[in-house]
Design a protein around this ligand. Structure first.
Ligand SMILES: C[S@@+](CC[C@H](N)C(=O)[O-])C[C@H]1O[C@@H](n2cnc3c(N)ncnc32)[C@H](O)[C@@H]1O
Length: 251
């Protein structure tokens, strides 16, 4: 059964961390003493927070023990918690953070309408809730997953439009900045796109198979589709477009 795998995820560390750097660059706070990185994975996003706010007390939270183990090994100076984001949000606590941050993780967590006000409640007055989630569920890479798995009951990412998040967050915010960016990753071949998604979006599909041979067959069919929809450029590389939604909501 595939689980979160830090090595697989970090095969594309630069590409996956760039949106985090872009989000951090847009957080405009006079100081950050305390920050929490929700769905911190192997700690790549947490490291970006620590570079920007070197005096801050930083907590990384993730429900994957293997991701937290990798993060703790690399950055023992921070506080690491293995916990589900929903459980963390629902646990009564008066502890607040100048920055509640999440890069590329909240799309895995259901029921944003009820969850996000609870996450916002953990932002200190004057602080910020800064988030990036993918918004490319209609991209050919995702359509291909669905096309080759008709009838398969897979709950893909939880992601809504910017209107949904605006309406949800604006009542709590003194200022709300939102934007989308389409990253065009230059990858060496179609196989690299499959490798990328084996570390993230393909996981729910792969987990639904009982046997390795079924998984291998699914991956072979997926690669065939990906080769067709992401043809090589004349230099042999493929262009992998990936659209992402960002916001910084200030309390
Ligand atoms: C795509 S990785 C993002 C890692 C990192 N934040 C980054 O910027 O690259 C998503 C992470 O969210 C974590 N995650 C998914 N659902 C979660 C949940 N309900 N509670 C806590 N962590 C969760 C996964 O274990 C994984 O490490």
């Amino acid at each position: 059964m595939p689980t979160w795998n830090a090595d697989q995820y970090l095969k594309f560390e630069d590409e996956r961390t760039q949106p985090c750097r872009d989000l951090v660059a847009r957080v405009s706070l006079p100081h950050v003493w305390k920050a929490i990185d929700l769905g911190c994975g192997p700690g790549n996003s947490t490291k970006v927070l620590a570079e920007r706010w070197s005096d801050a007390q930083i907590t990384g939270l993730d429900d994957s023990p293997s991701m937290i183990e990798e993060a703790r090994r690399e950055q023992p100076q921070h506080h690491w918690i293995v916990q589900d984001i929903t459980h963390w949000a629902e646990k009564p606590s008066s502890e607040t953070f100048d920055l509640v941050f999440s890069n590329a993780a909240l799309q895995w967590v259901p029921d944003h309408a009820s969850l996000f006000p609870k996450l916002f409640a953990r932002v200190a007055t004057g602080g910020a809730f800064a988030v990036q989630i993918p918004c490319n569920l209609n991209a050919p890479a995702h359509e291909s997953m669905r096309e080759i798995s008709p009838g398969m009951r897979v709950r893909e990412w939880h992601a809504h439009t910017s209107d949904f998040y605006y309406d949800l967050l604006v009542p709590y915010s003194t200022r709300l900045n939102m934007w989308e960016t389409e990253y065009i990753h230059v990858l060496p071949n179609a196989e690299a796109i499959v490798e990328w998604y084996k570390g993230s979006g393909l996981r729910p599909f792969l987990e639904s198979f009982d046997t390795d041979s079924d998984r291998a067959q699914f991956l072979a069919e997926y690669l065939k589709r990906i080769r067709a929809v992401y043809p090589p450029r004349p230099d042999g590389n493929v262009l992998f477009s990936f659209r992402r939604l960002f916001w910084v909501a200030y309390r």
